[in-house]
Design a protein around this ligand. Structure first.
Ligand SMILES: [Zn+2]
Length: 300
C-alpha cells in the first residue's frame, strides 16, 4: 500500500481507536477526566518509541553513544468527540486538557529515573499526525535532550548576568514594541514572537515566574484555558478549522528546584513544509511578519 493510501486509511473515521466504545483498541487507560464516562483520557501509545518495561541503560562505543528505549510514551486523547478539533475547543475543553496533563506529569515524575517530559501535539498530515481524532503525546525520557539543556542553561546564564529573568525582559520588550501582543489576562500573555519561525506562530507565556504546569495553581490553569481558547478561535477564523500545526508545551527541568524555565506554549502552524535550508542551517524562512499576523488575528 502506498504511504498516501495508508495515511488516508488512518484518517478515515472507520473504527477510530480514540472513539468512545472503541476503548478495547487501545492499551489500558492510565488517567482520565470524567467519572462514569470519560471526557478525555491518557493511554500508553500502542506504537511506543519508549517503554517503561525496558531497563534504563547507556552505552558508549568510541565516539558513539546510545541508550536503551526506557521511558514512557503516552497518548492524550483530548476529547471523546471524533471530529472536534482543538481549534473548536471551548474553555471547558482546555480546562480538562490542562488538568489531565498536569495530573499525568505529576504522577510520572514520581519515577526518579525519568528526567524530562516532552509534551507535544501534531495536528494534520503536514504536522506529522497519523490519526485525525484530537490527541497529544507525552514522552517521559531518561535524559534531558541537548537542545533543551542548552536552552535552559542560556536562561540560567542570562539571569546570572542581568539579575533578571529572560522571559520578563522578553515580555517587557514585546510590550514596548507593541506590535506583537495579541492578548493578555491576569496570568498569561499571547504574542506573535519576534523573529517567528513559522507564519502565524503564537507563543503563550506565563507572566509570573511559574516554571512549569506543576507550579500552576487552579487560577493559572483557568486563565491559560481562556488564552488558549481565544488564540485557537482567532487561528481557526483566519486559517480554517483543520489547519496543520504542532504545539509544544515547555516545562523545563522538573527535577531542578531552581528550574530556570518559564512555563510557555508554542503553537506552530505548518502551512508550508520546512526543507533543506532550514534543516541545514537551523535558520527558518518566514514570509509573514509577526506584526502582520497580529493585525490579521485582531481583525477576525
Ligand atoms: Zn475518533
Amino acid at each position: 500500500m502506498e504511504l498516501a493510501d495508508k495515511q488516508a486509511k488512518h484518517f478515515s473515521t472507520d473504527m477510530c481507536p480514540f472513539d468512545k466504545g472503541n476503548e478495547f483498541m487501545t492499551p489500558n487507560e492510565v488517567a482520565r477526566i470524567g467519572e462514569e464516562t470519560w471526557r478525555c483520557r491518557v493511554v500508553p501509545n500502542l506504537y511506543h518509541a519508549l517503554s517503561i518495561d525496558t531497563e534504563p541503560a547507556a552505552f558508549k562505543e568510541s565516539c558513539f553513544e546510545k541508550q536503551s528505549g526506557f521511558g514512557a510514551h503516552e497518548v492524550i486523547i483530548e476529547t471523546d468527540e471524533h471530529a472536534l478539533h482543538m481549534t473548536n475547543f471551548e474553555h471547558r475543553h482546555f480546562l480538562d486538557y490542562l488538568e489531565l496533563i498536569r495530573m499525568r506529569i505529576d504522577n510520572l515524575q514520581q519515577d526518579s529515573r525519568i528526567k524530562y517530559f516532552s509534551l507535544f501535539k501534531n495536528s494534520g498530515l503536514n504536522a506529522g499526525a497519523t490519526l485525525e481524532h484530537a490527541h497529544s503525546q507525552l514522552m517521559a525520557m531518561p535524559f534531558i535532550p541537548p537542545k533543551i539543556a542548552s536552552d535552559l542553561s542560556y536562561y540560567q546564564e542570562y539571569k546570572k548576568q542581568h539579575g533578571r529573568d529572560l522571559f520578563d525582559d522578553y515580555i517587557h520588550e514585546e510590550k514596548l514594541h507593541k506590535k506583537g501582543i495579541l492578548f493578555e489576562n491576569s496570568s498569561f500573555i499571547a504574542l506573535c514572537p519576534y523573529a517567528s519561525r513559522f507564519a502565524f506562530e503564537v507563543m503563550i507565556v506565563a507572566k509570573e515566574p511559574i516554571a512549569s504546569i506543576l507550579a500552576c495553581e487552579d487560577t493559572h490553569i483557568y486563565a491559560l484555558a481562556e488564552v488558549m481558547e481565544l488564540v485557537f478561535t482567532k487561528l481557526r477564523l483566519s486559517l480554517g478549522e483543520d489547519f496543520a500545526f504542532n504545539m509544544v508545551i515547555k516545562n523545563g527541568d522538573l527535577r531542578d528546584p531552581k528550574n530556570p524555565n518559564r512555563f510557555h506554549i508554542e503553537i506552530l502552524p505548518r502551512l508550508y513544509k520546512i526543507a533543506g535550508f532550514e534543516l541545514e542551517s537551523g535558520v527558518y524562512i518566514n514570509t509573514m511578519l509577526p506584526e502582520t499576523v497580529v493585525e490579521v488575528l485582531k481583525e477576525v
